[in-house]
Ligand binder design. Structure first.
Ligand SMILES: C[S@@+](CC[C@H](N)C(=O)[O-])C[C@H]1O[C@@H](n2cnc3c(N)ncnc32)[C@H](O)[C@@H]1O
Length: 349
């Protein structure tokens, strides 16, 4: 598998991907960039980026050799037209190659998005202390840490996605520094586990209507922060003295600030943590907004008999009851031993 990355780089795939701004996660941009290309780079890019079916004997040797592992790992399937990736593409960011699904308005199993890249950019990983990557998905955060020489424990709820994280560790030649556990947040860790110097968690935060009961793996509960709250609750036990944690979150904004502002400030003060909340994208929360409509269509996926108009009213009401004027994509940085709470608002306009 190690030969795979070397061969892809020699063929020019890293060069090709490097020319898209912000580590593009956009198949349309790739397709446009591939116009006019031919030869092995076109074949490999069509297969790995665009999801085209290709005859195995036309693939370069190291990629053809990797096909059985890709099929076994659930990211490729053989059919009449040859072999083809299933849902995923091969991304490259921070020097890490990653089989994952491109962003979609629908729930995906092996997530990778602009928030994944933005979260990884925030991490320092300066000392050699081990990393805990909660909600690892296909493994990007843990792989970035391992590529910087650290060991990382990854925890993912979905067994199939945890398998893709293991595959990605092999592709990058980092399997000896990566352990992937399946389960809910801190649950799969041994009870006597040593605390980690770094904890990173790109949590699911799509707000969900409580009427349905149990949350799916991509959902964040009524206000979008239920998984985040549970990550924070476990940090005092799992973050080493002097350690740092990074989380994503979707936080509701009211006329007075953040709906969860007081809760976050109190939590940080109680544990002697410094907490920096950086607010980025601003999402509307009215009945016509993308966020409310995504919440509704997500609910309808598992409850097709529900009335869309009632669901829309319930979702909009959830925001109204909390006095929310917007939802903000946020990044939380937590520093042990550095008391203080601050909010940095980076939205323009
Ligand atoms: C937004 S994706 C993040 C993927 C990856 N960490 C990244 O930054 O690209 C969230 C992932 O968390 C997983 N997940 C959801 N709830 C979880 C839980 N309670 N414990 C562990 N993983 C969970 C989902 O299956 C999904 O793969």
């Amino acid at each position: 598998m190690r030969r795979l990355v070397a061969e892809l780089e020699r063929l020019g795939l890293a060069e090709f991907l490097a020319d898209f701004p912000g580590d593009s996660v956009d198949r349309l941009q790739w397709a446009a960039g591939l116009r006019g290309l031919d030869g092995p780079l076109r074949t490999v890019a069509g297969f790995l980026l665009l999801g085209e079916a290709v005859r195995e004997d036309l693939l370069p040797p190291a990629l053809a050799e990797a096909v059985p592992a890709l099929v076994e790992g659930g990211v490729a399937a053989r059919g009449g037209d040859g072999v083809q990736l299933v849902d995923v593409s091969l991304f490259r960011s921070s020097g890490v190659w990653l089989f994952a699904e491109p962003p979609s308005p629908f729930p995906v199993r092996h997530y990778f998005g602009r928030d994944s890249i933005a979260l990884a950019r925030r991490t320092g990983y300066r000392d050699g202390a081990p990393v805990l990557d909660l909600c690892s998905g296909p493994g990007f955060q843990g792989l970035v840490a391992a590529r910087r020489g650290l060991t990382a424990t990854l925890v993912e709820l979905l067994p199939g996605t945890a398998g893709v994280a293991r595959l990605n560790a092999q592709v990058n030649g980092l399997a000896d520094r990566i352990e992937v556990l399946v389960g809910d947040l801190y649950d799969p860790l041994p009870s006597d586990v040593e605390p980690y110097g770094h904890v990173v968690a790109n949590i699911p935060f799509l707000p969900t209507l409580s009427a349905r009961g149990e949350e799916a793996a991509h959902e964040g509960g009524e206000d979008g922060f239920s998984v985040g709250r549970r990550v924070l609750a476990g940090l005092p036990r799992h973050l080493a003295p002097g350690g740092t944690a990074h989380l994503t979150a979707l936080l509701l904004q009211t006329g007075d600030g953040l709906a969860a502002g007081g809760e976050l400030r109190d939590w940080a003060a109680r544990h002697g943590y410094g907490l920096t909340v950086t607010l980025t994208d601003r999402l509307a929360v009215d009945a016509d907004s993308d966020l409310v409509q995504t919440t509704v269509s997500d609910h309808l996926d598992s409850d097709p008999q529900a009335d869309p108009a009632e669901l829309t009213a319930a979702a909009a009401d959830m925001y109204a009851r909390r006095g929310a004027t917007a939802a903000r994509l946020a990044y939380l940085r937590i520093d042990d031993g550095m008391a203080g709470f601050r909010v940095l608002d980076r939205a323009h306009g």
